[in-house]
Design a binder for this molecule. Structure first.
Ligand SMILES: [Zn+2]
Length: 322
């Protein structure tokens, strides 16, 4: 298996850096190769201030050995390195772009485009399955859940759905988006892909990191890549499925006063929060468009015009047990 300038033979594990085409940036990567078989790609830090997944990926890369697997596991613990070292709120430092809106990228674009292009050309080209680890951003509060892409080709969609069911969060969201995001784009080129959301507010805890690691291991076991996994790779019971979600951006810059917490249920027309000016005058009242549950929302006092404010799943369904 060759990834960039890393040449990894069967039975080996190697860590190093791959070059970002066009700008000379480097991205950390660990390749664990047992030999012939399927390849799973795990990435974190596409949003650099989402620390739970980054730490989980660092630990998984250290702990998984070639003897424990069949095939290959590629782990990139930090995709947006320049944002991480300058502590941006998940934007690429050089161009202010959100990597998860720019896939598949372009080698002749700005740094974010080049990072996306490199992930596609050097990593997606090797991957049979893909798991991307995220959290709420450093200013967001979030309830844990997993995304898969609804409009993907039927076989890819079903495999992605089954991968997402191995995430022990009890909540799945079907994304209707096929462009821009890493896992969204990967799904459209035939790679069963999911995104795991856990944690937020720029924090990470041992418990959350361990939950992310167990989710990834359960998925790798389900895919037949991780052998001898101790816990039964059973799907989660009583999973809540949202096949549609509403993403509300702030219509004004100001102060944000949410009425609910992530995981709370509400009814259509309930007030989800309000935006006020610096004198406390109400600028906007956000009402629910349908019955649903808060997935994530801004936790900082400020919201920015046209930036994230609150996201919620609507019309929950219970997924039947297998
Ligand atoms: Zn994210």
């Amino acid at each position: 298996m060759n990834i960039g300038n890393l040449e990894v033979k069967a039975g080996e594990k190697q860590s190093g850096f791959i070059k970002v085409d066009g700008c000379g940036y480097e991205m950390p990567v660990t390749v664990i190769c047992a030999g012939e078989g399927k390849t799973a790609l795990i990435t974190a830090g596409v949003h650099n201030a989402e620390y739970v997944g980054i730490q989980a990926a660092i630990e998984l890369a250290r702990e998984i050995t070639p003897e424990q697997i069949e095939g290959t596991v590629i782990i990139v613990p930090l995709v947006n390195v320049s944002g991480f070292v300058r502590r941006t709120a998940s934007m690429v430092y050089e161009d202010g772009k959100n990597l998860n809106r720019e896939f598949p990228g372009a080698v002749n674009g700005t740094v974010a485009d080049q990072i996306c292009h490199t992930v596609v050309s050097k990593l997606f080209s090797k991957a049979d399955f893909y798991v991307d680890l995220h959290s709420g951003d450093c200013y967001e509060d979030l309830r844990s859940y997993a995304y898969y892409v609804g409009p993907a080709e039927a076989g890819v969609r079903e495999k992605s759905f089954q991968m997402a069911r191995r995430v022990k969060a009890g909540c799945l969201v079907e994304s209707q988006c096929t462009t821009g995001g890493a896992y969204n784009y990967a799904s459209t080129i035939g790679i069963p892909s999911i995104l795991i959301e856990r944690g937020g507010r720029g924090l990470w805890s041992r418990e959350e990191v361990d939950q992310d690691k167990e989710d990834v291991k359960r998925i790798l076991a389900f895919l037949g890549i991780l052998k001898d996994y101790v816990e039964e790779p059973e799907p989660v019971k009583e999973t809540l499925l949202f096949q549609d979600a509403v993403y509300e951006n702030a219509p004004e810059t100001g102060c944000w006063y949410p009425a609910f917490k992530p995981g709370d249920f509400f009814k259509k027309d309930d007030v989800l929060g309000s935006v006020r000016d610096y004198f406390g005058n109400t600028l906007h009242v956000c009402r629910a468009k349908d019955d649903g549950m808060i997935l994530y929302q801004v936790a900082s006092l400020n919201v920015l015009k046209d930036g994230p404010m609150v996201a919620y799943g609507i019309q929950p369904k219970k997924v039947a047990d297998e």
